[in-house]
Write a protein that binds this ligand. Structure first.
Ligand code: IMP
Ligand code: MG
Length: 183
C-alpha cells in the first residue's frame, strides 16, 4: 500500500485503506439484503450504476447481494478537475423501461447533491415504484439537499479524494485504497 500517490500535478496521501472500505460495504450490503429480501425473479430490483465513478463500488456491492436484481447504468457529469461545475450533463440516459420497478441508484460519492437531485428529477418521469440511493461516500457537511440517502456506506469530511473508482481528471480510479489531496 503506497502512502502517497502523484496524479497529474497533485499529490494525494492515504486516507481510507481498502479493508475499511470493504467492511463498510459489507454493512451496507447486509442492510440491502434485508430490505430487498422479498424481490423475485419476476420482479427483480433494478440497480443503476452511475458511470464511471461507481463501477468499483457497484462490483463489490453486487458480489454481496443475494436477492434477484438486474444491473443497468447511467452517466451524469458535473465535475471538472477538483470542483463541481454545477451544470449537469446527461452522457448516458436512464434505462428506457423502468415503470413499476424498485430502483436503487448506486453512487460513488454525494457531495453538493447536484447530481443525485438531477437524477431523481429524471427518475420522477419514469414512474418507478420506489427509488433509493445507495452511495459509498457522503460529504455530510456539504450535502444540504432534500433527496433522502437511504444507504450510505461512509461519511467523509469536505476533502477531495481519489481511488476506489473516484478520479482526479480521470486518473486514480484504479487505486485500491482511497487517497486525499495532500495540501
Ligand atoms: P455532486 O453533484 O456535487 O454531489 O457530486 C457528485 C459527483 O462529483 C460524484 O459522482 C463524483 O463523480 C464527483 N465528486 C464529488 N466529490 C469528489 C471527490 O472528492 N473526488 C472525486 N470526485 C468527486
Ligand atoms: Mg468524477
Amino acid at each position: 500500500m503506497e502512502n502517497k500517490v502523484r496524479l497529474h500535478d497533485k499529490t494525494f496521501k492515504l486516507f481510507i485503506p481498502n479493508e475499511e472500505i470493504e467492511k463498510a460495504i459489507d454493512v451496507v450490503a447486509e442492510r440491502l439484503n434485508k430490505d430487498f429480501a422479498d424481490a423475485t425473479d419476476e420482479d427483480p430490483v433494478m440497480l443503476i450504476c452511475t458511470l464511471n465513478g461507481a463501477v468499483v463500488f457497484a462490483a463489490e456491492l453486487l458480489k454481496r447481494l443475494n436477492f434477484p436484481m438486474v444491473l443497468k447504468a447511467c452517466k451524469l457529469s458535473s465535475y471538472v478537475g477538483t470542483t463541481s461545475t454545477g451544470v449537469i450533463k446527461t452522457d448516458v440516459p436512464l434505462p428506457a423501461h423502468m415503470e413499476g420497478k424498485r430502483v436503487i441508484i448506486v453512487e460513488d460519492i454525494v457531495d453538493t447533491g447536484n447530481t443525485i437531485v438531477a437524477m431523481m428529477g429524471q427518475l420522477k418521469e419514469k414512474n418507478v415504484k420506489e427509488a433509493h440511493v445507495c452511495t459509498l461516500l457522503l460529504k455530510k457537511d456539504v450535502y444540504k439537499r432534500d433527496v433522502k440517502l437511504d444507504y450510505v456506506a461512509m461519511d467523509i469530511p469536505d476533502r477531495f479524494i481519489v481511488g476506489f473508482g473516484l478520479d482526479y481528471d480521470e486518473l486514480g480510479r484504479n487505486l485500491k485504497d482511497i487517497y486525499v489531496l495532500d495540501d
